[in-house]
Ligand binder design. Structure first.
Ligand code: DX5
Ligand code: ZN
Length: 221
């Protein structure tokens, strides 16, 4: 079944701690949004050197929405992120980044904005553990989902069924089942969990949507 990852997009230490505390009890690994004010307009508060202390044992992946990710990727590996995601639109050196981080290549995920076709990464897919398909233009949470993400998930799974496929942005209980059916392994949910009145109830809504999908998936060829 597809797994849900709460996204932490914070502008201050207080917001970061508050969001982590809201979802900590869910017992899920986290997705930490990192923005540099260059690749995207916004800037987040997410200092890598503080993650061990702030997350205190919670597993996490780092979503780097930054220019020149070749500098940030090794920093986040050292900070203990179990997956590091960077955007193909942020570099022309995606293969070099992979080689330079060896033996950590199996922790690298390449991300695609809604306007970037899967064909942009077909040739380099073998260098990465997975692909993160954006359901929104990166930069902020709470935006509406672009349906093109569904087609991309299917296309990537058709090319390489063994790759991890994540979807991030605009993921809600009402599109989770369709994304899982398309082949998504990890669904990143920001506002649906961190801004819900009760994150536990919000997670149950995701689980209910995915459970209803499960029998259909089991009979699929
Ligand atoms: C968008 C971020 C997402 C965002 C998800 O730039 O990468 O991870 O926090 O938030 P929602 O689920 O509200 O779209
Ligand atoms: Zn993200």
């Amino acid at each position: 079944m597809a797994k849900i990852l709460p996204a932490i997009l914070a502008h201050t230490e207080e917001e970061f701690v508050e969001k982590v505390n809201r979802v900590r009890a869910l017992g899920l690994p986290l997705h930490i949004d990192v923005m540099d004010g260059s690749f995207v307009e916004d800037t987040t508060w997410a200092p890598p050197e503080r993650m061990r202390e702030l997350l205190d044992g919670i597993e996490y992946e780092a979503h780097l929405m930054v220019s020149n990710p070749e500098h940030a990727v090794p920093v986040w590996i050292a900070a203990g992120a179990n997956r590091i995601i960077f955007h193909v639109e942020s570099t022309t050196r995606e293969t070099m980044i992979c080689r330079a981080t060896s033996p950590h290549c199996d922790q690298l995920i390449i991300a695609l904005n809604p306007d970037t076709p899967v064909s942009r990464i077909t040739a380099v897919l073998g260098d990465f553990a997975g692909v993160l398909v954006m359901g929104v233009v990166p930069g902020k949470n709470g935006q509406a989902f672009h349906d093109i993400a569904l087609e991309k998930v299917r296309a990537i799974k058709n090319i390489r069924s063994d790759m991890i496929v994540e979807v991030d942005g605009g993921v809600k209980p009402n599109n989770a089942a369709a994304l899982a059916e398309a082949g998504a392994d990890l669904l990143v949910a920001g506002s649906a969990l961190t801004e819900a009145a009760d994150s536990t109830i919000a997670l149950l809504e995701f689980k209910k949507a995915l459970d209803e999908q499960e029998p259909l998936l089991r009979v699929s060829p």
